[in-house]
Design a protein around this ligand. Structure first.
Ligand SMILES: [Fe+2]
Ligand SMILES: [Fe+2]
Length: 461
C-alpha cells in the first residue's frame, strides 16, 4: 500500500512501519539530478535541522520530500519527481498523525524556495535540478505572495528548513541513520495522539451539564472527540484488538454465536497502554469524575466491548450488584463510543434514574427480573463516534444484538469514590482467578457456572 493511503486509524506501530519502510526503500531511490539518495538527503536535512532544538522542524526536515516517495501514481514533473510533492507530503504527515505544524512546514519548503528565488543571488545557490523544478512550482513569488509569506508567524522556521534542505546534498556527509529517528517519531506520534484525545476533556463541566447529571444520572457529551482525537482513539482500540492473547496481560474474552468465535471484550489494559492510561487516569477525565461524584474519584476497572457484527446484546441490569464485592456502594461509568451506537447495532437503552442504594428485583443471574424490565420505560441512546456518556451504577440499562455488518466498539470505564479505596488490582486479580480470559483457563474446568458477578447479562462464553 502506498504511504499516501495509510489509515490514520491504524495502530501506531503499523503507521510507523509503513513510514520507515518507505524511507528505507529510498536508500536506492536517486534524488533526481542530485549526487545523494533520497534517504541520504532526508537524513542530512533532519540532522542539520535538529541543531535548532525544534522537534517539529527536525521531523519536517526528515519528511520534507516524502511527497516524492508516498504516491507512485502522482503526476510527475518530467522526470523531476512528483508534481505537488509538498502538498502530498503534508497530507501524508497529517494522515500519519504528526503535529499539524510538521505538515505545514513540509508543505512550506517549496513556498520558501519561491520566496528566496526573488533574490538574484539565490539562483546561484540552487542546483540545476532545483532550478528546473522552480519553473514547475510557479517561479519566484510575486510581491503579494512574498508579503503573505512574511506575514506567516512561522516563516523563519520555514526558511531554516529550506536552508537545511539545500545543504543536504553532500555525498560524503556522515549523519545518524534511520534508526536514530524511529524512537523520536514514535514518541512524537504517541504524544500527539494523547494531546488530541485529551484536549476536548480539558473544558470542565458547565452548570447546565451538572444539573442534567443530578437530574438524570446520565450525561451525554455528543461527538466530544472528533478529527485527530477520534482517529487516535480508533487507533488505540485497533491496537488492543490486534494484540495477541497473552497470559497475565490484557484480558481478552470471546463469544460464540452462530458464527465462529469472535472477540467480545478486552479488559485490564491500562497498565499496558500509555494512551489509554493518559485518557482514563489523566487529570482531564479525573476532574470530570470528581465534579460529577462531588468528591475525588478512583479508577475501578476498564474494558472495551467490541460487539462485532452478530455480537449478542446485554440483558437489562443495574451495574451495582455486579460491583458490590469490594466494599463500594456507588460507581460512575464513562462510555466512550468508538463506533456509532444505534438501535440497529446494539446501542444502549437506559431506563429512568434510581436512587443510590435501591436495587430492583433480579433474575438468578443478577439481571433485572423480566416482569420489572417489561414495566420500565426504556430510552434508546444513539451516539455518534467520539461521544462520551456518564451513567451511575443504579440506572438500569440494556442493549440488543448488533444486527449491522460493522463492529460497534465502545469503552466502558468505571470509577468509584476514592474514599472507598483503590480496589482495581483486587478486582482484576479476583476476576482472573474466577473467570479468566480463555488463554488463562485450565482445561476441563467449568468457569461459566462460577462466573457469577463477572458475567452478569453478558454474552461471553
Ligand atoms: Fe522538495
Ligand atoms: Fe529536498
Amino acid at each position: 500500500m502506498a504511504l499516501i493511503d495509510s489509515d490514520p486509524r491504524a495502530p501506531l506501530p503499523k503507521r510507523v512501519d509503513a513510514l520507515f519502510a518507505t524511507l528505507a526503500a529510498a536508500d536506492t531511490a536517486g534524488y533526481i539530478g542530485e549526487p545523494v539518495s533520497q534517504l541520504a538527503h532526508a537524513l542530512q536535512a533532519a540532522h542539520r535541522a535538529a541543531a535548532a532544538d525544534d522537534e517539529a522542524l527536525a521531523l519536517a526536515a526528515l519528511l520534507h520530500d516524502i511527497g516524492h516517495l508516498a504516491d507512485p501514481d502522482a503526476p510527475q514533473m518530467q522526470g523531476l519527481g512528483a508534481a505537488d510533492h509538498e502538498r502530498i507530503g503534508r497530507a501524508v504527515c497529517d494522515r500519519l498523525g504528526f503535529a499539524p505544524r510538521v505538515g505545514r512546514l513540509v508543505e512550506s519548503h517549496v513556498a520558501a524556495k519561491r520566496y528566496l528565488a526573488r533574490r538574484a543571488a539565490y539562483d546561484g545557490k540552487l542546483s540545476e535540478a532545483s532550478r528546473r523544478t522552480l519553473t514547475f512550482q510557479g517561479g519566484p513569488m510575486s510581491d503579494a505572495e512574498a508579503a503573505a509569506f512574511e506575514a506567516d508567524p512561522d516563516h523563519k522556521a520555514m526558511l531554516r528548513l529550506r536552508a537545511c534542505d539545500e545543504a543536504a546534498k553532500d555525498p560524503d556527509a556522515a549523519v545518524p541513520g534511520l534508526d536514530h529517528w524511529r524512537p523520536i517519531v514514535e514518541r512524537h506520534l504517541q504524544a500527539q495522539a494523547i494531546d488530541a484525545v485529551l484536549a476536548p476533556l480539558r473544558a470542565p463541566p458547565t452548570d447546565a451539564q451538572l444539573a442534567a447529571w443530578r437530574r438524570d444520572h446520565l450525561l451525554v457529551l455528543p461527538g466530544l472527540l472528533d478529527g485527530r482525537g477520534l482517529a487516535a482513539l480508533e487507533a488505540w482500540t485497533a491496537d488492543l484488538q490486534a494484540r495477541p492473547e497473552t497470559p497475565g496481560k490484557w484480558m481478552k474474552y470471546f463469544e460464540r454465536g452462530t458464527a465462529a468465535r469472535q472477540l467480545c471484550r478486552v479488559e485490564d489494559f491500562v497498565p499496558h497502554h500509555a494512551g489509554f492510561e493518559a485518557l482514563l487516569c489523566g487529570p482531564p477525565l479525573m476532574a470530570w469524575l470528581t465534579r460529577l461524584m462531588g468528591q475525588p474519584a478512583c479508577l475501578f476497572k476498564e474494558k472495551i466491548n467490541f460487539k462485532l457484527p452478530g455480537g449478542a446484546g446485554f440483558t437489562a441490569h443495574q451495574d451495582a450488584p455486579a460491583f458490590d464485592a469490594f466494599g463500594h456502594r456507588y460507581h460512575i461509568t464513562v462510555l466512550i463510543a468508538v463506533d456509532p451506537q444505534t438501535r440497529t447495532n446494539g446501542g444502549l437503552e437506559f431506563s429512568d434514574p434510581i436512587d443510590e442504594g435501591t436495587l430492583l428485583p433480579q433474575r438468578s443471574d443478577g439481571s433485572v427480573a423480566e416482569e420489572v424490565e417489561a414495566r420500565l420505560p426504556w430510552h434508546p441512546l444513539d451516539l455518534s463516534p467520539g461521544s462520551v456518556a456518564f451513567f451511575d451504577s443504579y440506572i438500569p440499562h440494556r442493549s440488543g444484538p448488533n444486527r449491522s455488518d460493522r463492529p460497534r466498539r465502545g469503552l466502558y470505564v468505571t470509577y468509584n469514590r476514592a474514599a472507598d479505596g483503590d480496589r482495581r488490582a483486587d478486582y482484576f486479580a479476583d476476576k482472573r482467578a474466577t473467570f479468566p480470559p480463555e488463554i488463562e483457563r485450565e482445561p476441563g474446568v467449568d468457569y461459566l457456572s462460577k462466573a457469577g458477578r463477572y458475567n452478569v447479562g453478558n454474552p461471553i462464553r
